[in-house]
Design a protein around this ligand. Structure first.
Ligand code: SF4
Length: 122
């Protein structure tokens, strides 16, 4: 039996009991393809691109990265740690339901933390 070779780029095969994180799919980029998260999302909410080229795409539209950050009030989690995260989050727009529905069963502390991270103001 031949042992499979672990690839740090694809995280494959996954190891049980470990966590993984987004590596921005270098294997897909080398093939000139967008990551699966971008191509498989039916709502086009994932944008992928190059900060140095100031361009990102969700597979349907290509926009300036800097303008997207500015116009959609993008933010990063835990920036205060100084790790320069490369993933930005865009606050939700045109919600199909009230966000409070998701707070059921959470403590006031958890709700406050969520609102702080998501920059929800009332
Ligand atoms: S770019 Fe998308 S598909 Fe690739 S590792 Fe990150 S989240 Fe997963």
């Amino acid at each position: 039996m031949k042992a499979s070779v672990y690839s740090p780029e694809t995280g494959s095969p996954p190891r049980i009991g470990t966590v993984s994180k987004c590596d921005f799919c270098p294997d897909m980029v080398r093939k000139g393809e967008l990551p699966s998260c971008v191509t498989s999302c039916p709502n086009g909410v994932y944008y992928y691109g190059d900060r140095n080229e100031d361009a990102v795409t969700n597979g349907t539209e290509t926009v300036r990265f800097s303008e997207l950050l500015e116009s959609r009030a993008a933010y990063r989690f835990m920036e205060e740690l100084g790790t320069e995260p490369s993933v930005y989050y865009l606050p939700a727009v045109d919600r199909a339901f009230e966000y409070q529905v998701g707070f059921e069963g959470l403590s006031d502390e958890e709700i406050a933390l969520y609102k702080k991270e998501a920059r929800i103001t009332e």
